[in-house]
Design a protein around this ligand. Structure first.
Ligand code: ARG
Length: 272
């Protein structure tokens, strides 16, 4: 199955290369000089990408940052961003779709890095390093549209709260909300569906996915807008101590921000 997909992708890529030759008078689109020389040179000393491949884990069920595209392959803001970073540092990016809760511990074995709307936390920093932050987030509370009794964080006390396993939403519900009955789900959308079915009273999840999910069921759900938590920062998780990789990724990120490419991705994937 996987192999068949790969073969198909290779054939498609070959066709695209031929087409690009045909359409722009012999200039191939894949230009190796797109890799910034200094950044690429730094990247070359990283053990994680010595093979020229950056294998990146994600959890493609967190729109708009990552989701399964029409072809079934992971797509979204994070995926586009990490591919652009790969171009800048001169490596091939291979995406692996995994459970969110397994990402951090998979770095250094199954994967070289993870991009998954992942909040930089002290706890995760014990195990991995993070790139500089690239996006500000916040936990949001989703409730049924007709709910009028959850308007402050205090109102969540003793409630049944749905969260995605291993996320900051889960930790917040467990650590900061008294007597909460926290239910965890491998996929955030399953928590949302249990809210629709009345099996949980609220779902705690990051702001942008919360807006996407509520947007899918606007007659059933709403964001409890007056419940506000602390801001969080997303970073790309990297192997602990691989300074070359961190420097290369941070340089690439800075370049992408300075060039306007970052804002273009925000427009394309998040503000659309
Ligand atoms: N920002 C939250 C965290 O770091 C949730 C991220 C969930 N991401 C995902 N791709 N499912 O814990």
């Amino acid at each position: 199955m996987k192999k068949a997909f790969k073969t198909l992708a290779l054939i498609l890529a070959a066709i695209m290369v031929v087409m690009s030759f045909a359409s722009c008078g012999g200039t191939a689109t894949a230009d190796p000089s797109a890799a910034n020389d200094t950044t690429a040179a730094i990247a070359e000393t990283s053990p994680a990408i010595a093979d020229g491949i950056l294998t990146v884990g994600t959890n493609a069920a967190f729109p708009p940052f990552e989701y399964a595209g029409d072809d079934g392959k992971p797509d979204g803001f994070d995926i586009a961003l990490i591919k652009l970073i790969g171009e800048k540092i001169g490596v091939e990016v291979v995406i692996e779709d995994l459970e969110f809760s397994s990402l951090v511990t998979s770095i250094g074995n199954k994967i070289d890095a993870a991009i998954a709307g992942m909040t930089i936390t002290e706890e995760r920093l014990q195990t991995v390093d993070f790139s500089t932050s690239y996006y500000e987030a916040m936990q949001y509370v989703i409730v049924k549209k007709d709910n009028s009794d959850i308007t402050t964080a205090d109102d969540l006390k003793g409630k049944t709260i749905g969260t995605q396993l291993g996320t900051t939403g889960e930790f917040l519900a467990e650590d900061d909300i008294e007597n909460a009955n926290v239910k965890t789900y491998d996929k955030a959308i399953d928590a949302v569906n249990d809210l629709r079915n009345g099996r949980v009273d609220a779902v705690i999840i990051d702001r942008n996915p919360a807006s996407v999910f509520v947007g899918q069921y606007p007659d059933e759900l709403k964001i409890a807008e007056t419940v506000v938590f602390d801001p969080e920062e997303y970073g790309i998780a990297l192997p602990k101590g691989d300074a070359a990789l961190k420097t290369a990724v941070d340089n690439a990120l800075a370049e992408i921000k300075a060039s306007g490419e970052f804002d273009a991705l925000v427009e394309q994937y998040i503000n659309n």
